[in-house]
Design a protein around this ligand. Structure first.
Ligand code: F6R
Length: 242
């Protein structure tokens, strides 16, 4: 794993945005793997700014998001589709039909998971996958116990993840308890991975991801076997690294 320690959140966001922008410039047909949550908001803001100032062209790119809550239709204010529209898609020239997010409201979720895996394969696989990390070491919504054989599937969110995500909802009871998430195998299939982490609360998860043993108990540690992972963290998130 390549480790980059940025001074703070803004610096982390700028470095990540630059990496994505360079990738799309180098290969206009890049297949992007995207994440949601609080961490990448600054990266998307910087990426939109780079598009404005440098005219980065996303017209031939494709995107696949990591996950979506089960039960929320795409237009729900807390859906990850809405998040992506607000933070990125409505600001850049990536055609809507080249953006992919699992359908959390699909009638047949098992078929939706299969369709999603096939769509990624049909696009030639993911070129660069952006990840955040949960306090418990999850990536995507692959909670502790998710092994490296897992592919896109319906997952049960842990109590700690539900609590962490309650900040985006009016009450904790509104937070969905399940999600559709790419699996560890899906994520490891990406050619390049960039993982972002910011703040003291992530420091222990970052330490276990990088310095701990490779175990499904800390799903992010399974990234140690991937040949091209860049971890961009701020100083607080790096504070427990030896
Ligand atoms: C988001 C995702 C999650 C988050 C993680 C960290 O698509 O898959 O793994 O990256 O829960 O979330 P934040 O950034 O809100 O701390």
């Amino acid at each position: 794993m390549k480790l980059v320690i940025a001074k703070d959140y803004d610096e982390m966001s700028k470095q990540a945005a630059r990496l994505l922008a360079d990738e799309v410039t180098r290969n206009p047909e890049t297949v992007l793997g995207l994440a949601t949550g609080g961490t990448p908001v600054g990266m998307y803001r910087e990426l939109v700014e780079l598009c404005r100032t440098e005219g980065i062209d996303f017209s031939r790119a494709t995107s696949f998001n990591l996950d979506e809550y089960v039960g929320l239709p795409g237009h729900h204010p807390q859906s990850y589709r809405t998040y992506m529209e607000q933070n990125l898609f409505s600001h850049i020239n990536l055609p809507a039909d080249q953006t992919n997010i699992p359908r959390g409201d699909a009638a047949d979720l098992a078929a939706e998971c299969q369709r999603y895996e096939q769509a990624i394969a049909a696009a030639g696989g993911i070129d660069i996958q952006v990840l955040g990390i949960g306090n418990n070491g999850h990536i995507g919504f692959n909670e502790p116990g998710s092994g490296q054989e897992t592919t896109t599937r319906v997952v049960q969110l842990t109590e700690s993840t539900i609590q962490a995500n309650a900040r985006f909802f009016d009450t904790i009871d509104e937070v969905p308890t399940q999600a559709v998430s790419m699996g560890i195998r899906t994520i490891l299939g990406a050619k390049k991975i960039v993982l972002l982490a910011s703040g003291e609360a992530k420091a222990e998860a970052v330490r276990r991801m990088i310095e701990g043993e490779m175990t499904a108990d800390v799903p992010a540690s399974l990234l140690q076997q991937h040949p091209d992972v860049t971890v961009i963290v701020d100083e607080e998130a790096a504070s427990r690294l030896s």
